[in-house]
Design a protein around this ligand. Sequence first.
Ligand SMILES: [Zn+2]
Ligand SMILES: [Zn+2]
Length: 353
Amino acid sequence: MKTYGFAATSCEAPLAPFSFERRELRDNDIAMDILYCGVCHSDLHQARNDWGWSQYPMVPGHEIVGRVTATGKAVTRYKVGDAVAVGCMVDSCQTCDQCRKGEEQLCREGNTQTYNDKDRITGECTYGGYSKHLVVREEFALKVPETLDLSRAAPLLCAGITTYSPLRTWNVGPGSRVGVIGLGGLGHMAVKLASGMGADVTVLSRSNAKEKDALALGADRLLVSTDDTAMAKAASSFDLIIDTVPVKHDLNPYMPLLDVDGTLVLVGQVGPLNEPSTVPLIMGRRRIAGSPIGGIAQTQEMLDFCGRKNILPDCEMIRMDQINEAFDRLERSDVHYRFVIDMATLTPDTAAA
Ligand SMILES: [Zn+2]
Ligand SMILES: [Zn+2]
């Protein structure tokens, strides 16, 4: 199937129109028209090879929402016209202990990423959602509740599940005391989801400039992390802190905020941190943990939860040809809170331009 999208051809090149092929439908595949695709901070990292494993040409995009246009002959879960979504992974071994538990993101053989990875059967490059069409095995497609606004649902597939999963792992519910560091794409979803679960939510920020925004998103308060008096007063008052900051930073100011057995979970920065002290960890039996996305079953649970509670990200819709400008703005954190590409603006003409 011929299709088109926007691709990076090297770590320095801006994204540009790109024509390519999607595979013919296998028996368990669905084909979809992509309607919307979110712009994740990791798209920027991967397009620029910040993590050192990028392959080019690269079609980024792993927050994908669309409608089914065709189904392979063994497909049972989807029919033409269904609203579907695809997140960060499109395949896994399906047989290891983690896959059998529904934790495909932790597949022992490594899951197959939606882009910048290799198809498990043919070895061909996987291409993501900055494109018009997608073919994916039905086991890795999600149902989008019809109550959700499709134009805003896409960021749930990465920013949503990345913050929902640790909230579930650490059993957040009514009365849990949750802190959120960083109020970007991930952070704003962490606030909405934790608040939707009934938690008491505090946004941690370097100044009080974002206080109004934090409260509007559902936070109960904002704690200024550079205010030593306020930080000392908040010692031992959190069960879980979700740290969404996507760059190298210092955890030491935050560790004393955790109560005994409290956990600070990193979901943003992939790479080095400033050296943490073990003193607050050991003396207060506190933990530092990491968490990736969630499994397919949990991703569906998250979508259904958002459908019931009508939880959606705050999005700024862009045209496909604005993607390079969006990357620049993303780098400056100049977005409230997630860019979403309206794929109706990607036409063969845009692609040929
Ligand atoms: Zn992402
Ligand atoms: Zn596996």
